[in-house]
Design a protein around this ligand. Structure first.
Ligand SMILES: *[C@@H]1O[C@H](CO)[C@@H](O)[C@H](O)[C@H]1NC(C)=O
Ligand SMILES: *[C@@H]1O[C@H](CO)[C@@H](O)[C@H](O)[C@H]1NC(C)=O
Length: 254
């Protein structure tokens, strides 16, 4: 009897010690991944891969139509985020109420990187957006939409949520304005009650100058409500921190 009483706790403790490392690994927080909005018939227009030449023009087109969009920005892709033209465009977008979000630093496929490299790609962009705009983005879109549990674990460790899309306009693949406009039309006909999170690219002339007025007026006619990505997923927290932008110094370089 005494032996059994002694043996039982030993057995349990052996079980626990072998199980606990796996258990704690599995319990690492994973960032939520969103591909669509919570409410039907809402639309989040999103623009990846800036800054380049046209963010300010996109802001003008959105403002003229009275709708908000979301920019997922790289630190160094088409242009360095610290260049004066980029700083001005991003501050303008933020002041006009458009959402500023992260597309990570150098547009790498995060699933091919180590956890510390993923952290660096995300953190460096957050730091740049703190300096340039004054905010830490709560949402991050992995380049190519390429995500896995490592990416989600790092995003969660930075308190960020992963933002994907459900309508790829394929503007990145050389589509004409007519084809891009048709992609919105076809999606909304095929999924009349769905939300739309559209993927467009702000460095593309076609997206900045030929698509938006037509798409926005058509979606308005169909009864869609325009939202930022944060609003789209029911969050009132687009930013983890909000402060004044920094002052240019010798750390503002790519
Ligand atoms: C994430 O949020 C927690 C809880 O609010 C906070 O303690 C931590 O500092 C945050 N981490 C980052 C990187 O912002
Ligand atoms: C869309 O919603 C309307 C109104 O709720 C409903 O009558 C219609 O059947 C729905 N259409 C589809 C394709 O689900």
């Amino acid at each position: 009897m005494k032996l059994v009483v002694l043996a039982l706790p030993a057995f349990i403790s052996a079980l626990l010690s072998s199980a606990s490392p796996v258990h704690s690994h599995e319990k690492k927080a994973l960032a939520t991944v969103y591909r669509q909005c919570i409410a039907p018939k809402t639309v989040a227009l999103t623009f990846d891969d800036g800054p380049f030449n046209y963010e300010a023009d996109i802001v003008d087109a959105l403002d003229a139509a009275g709708v908000k969009g979301t920019f997922f920005l790289n630190g160094k892709n088409y242009r360095c985020i610290y260049e004066a033209i980029a700083v001005a465009a991003l501050q303008k977008a933020y002041k006009s109420g458009h959402q500023i979000a992260s597309h990570t630093w150098a547009h790498l496929d995060l699933t091919e990187l180590s956890a510390s490299q993923i952290t660096s790609e995300m953190q460096r962009t957050n730091t740049a957006l703190q300096k340039v705009v004054g905010v830490t983005p709560a949402f991050v879109r992995p380049p190519f939409g390429s995500t896995n549990n490592n990416v989600r674990t790092v995003a969660a460790s930075l308190n960020q949520t992963v933002a994907l899309w459900n309508l790829d306009t394929e503007d990145w693949d050389g589509r004409s304005a007519k084809q891009i406009i048709a992609a919105y039309d076809s999606f909304s006909r095929g999924n009349p009650n769905s939300s739309i999170v559209s993927l467009g690219h702000s460095p593309l002339d076609v997206t900045a100058h030929q698509v938006l007025p037509s798409v926005i007026s058509s979606l308005k006619q169909k009864g869609y409500t325009f939202v930022t990505f944060a609003e789209c997923v029911g969050s009132n927290t687009p930013y983890l921190t909000i402060a004044k932008p920094g002052t240019r110094d010798n750390t503002w370089r790519c």
